[in-house]
Design a protein around this ligand. Sequence first.
Ligand code: PMP
Length: 419
Amino acid sequence: MNLLATDHVLETPALDVAGIRAQFPILERQVHGRPLIYFDNAATSQTPLCVIDTFRDYYGRFNANIHRGLHTLADEATAAYEGSRETVRAFLNAADRREIIFTRGTTEAINLVANSWGRANLEPGDEVLVSLLEHHSNIVPWQLLADQLGIVVKVIPVDERGVLDLDAYCTLFTERTRLVAVNHVSNAFGTINPVREMSTIAHDHDARILIDGAQATPHQAVDVRGIDADFYAFSGHKVYGPTGAGVLYGKAELLEAMPPWQGGGEMIKSVSFDVPTTFADIPHKFEAGTPAIAEVIALGVALDWVSGVGLARIGVWEAELLARATAGVSRIDGLRLLGTAPDKAGVLSFVVDGAHSQDIALLIDQLGVAIRTGNHCAQPLLARFGVDATCRASFAVYNTLEEVDSFVDALERVVGMVR
Ligand code: PMP
């Protein structure tokens, strides 16, 4: 954790969790007659009122297609959409807003890199390193390229705690290694990867690095220039924003040299049947068709909201929630935690001897607690640990210590029922 950020937190007033909760109407819901305890934040976080209100405002006041209109509504919609690009630039500390491409989410951002940069730069026998901690969205696009282009996908292993083996990482490089594709934070185990160090090592080997930041952006400040990331991807719906809007950051010189991956309106300079069609400059070259305008604007509002609360403070609070939950569930007989990295985000993955994860999730839902069960789109990782599913509780800024205690009590009851 960034010590400077922590010091700063200690000097600033504590997080007003009650005040934050009041901004999330969904948290007032009852589920099966009990107050909702929402611990599925790694899948999708909830949205504050300011984000929800953005949709009403947009559709009620300035809904119009962007970039090509010469009327007031189109100007307002374009300004708000492009304003969101500037918000994302600042959020990631990117140098230039042209380096921010809006996508549907992390999955689409990674597929953009695979299909544009990958097809233009990779040849048969070239190697892409991914880690065993990856979400399927950072595995399958590279496997597709392996089938289609003959590239080789190599896997960085993890130790018993779910920590990446950096010595093994270093030994995987050859003169054919072109790209490292790794997540910043693991969705299944919460492991925080040393992406700064990994980026330096990748660049020392003349390889590029793509970082999947889907699980990092909600929990810690990200500085793409500090990391020296070549590409960085994240999804709005995991960072208090809406579904349907996400981001690919790419260094300008890389994006400029990459071919478009989808053709259509908005991404061209001129189209002709007689002379070659020419393409728009970045970022528009990669944003074919009408984008998710309201969602992108709402994503900007969400990021402003997160920055207003303060990512350093959010990180400290979530660490407290995680510590309390870890201590609580560790007392439950037969429960085994998966992912015990010393550097972890607010994710608690576990299995219980003699009990199906699905039964636990279904029964605990009856007590109002929403957790996730399954393979978390990380089948190779779970296979390494000899399981095909875990239960996963994941925390957000609006969760409370009381909720953690209620969850531990509920889990104890459920485990008692199913074992
Ligand atoms: N990577 C990670 C680490 C994730 O947690 C997720 C979502 N679970 C994704 C990628 C995919 O994100 P999306 O479905 O929003 O494209």
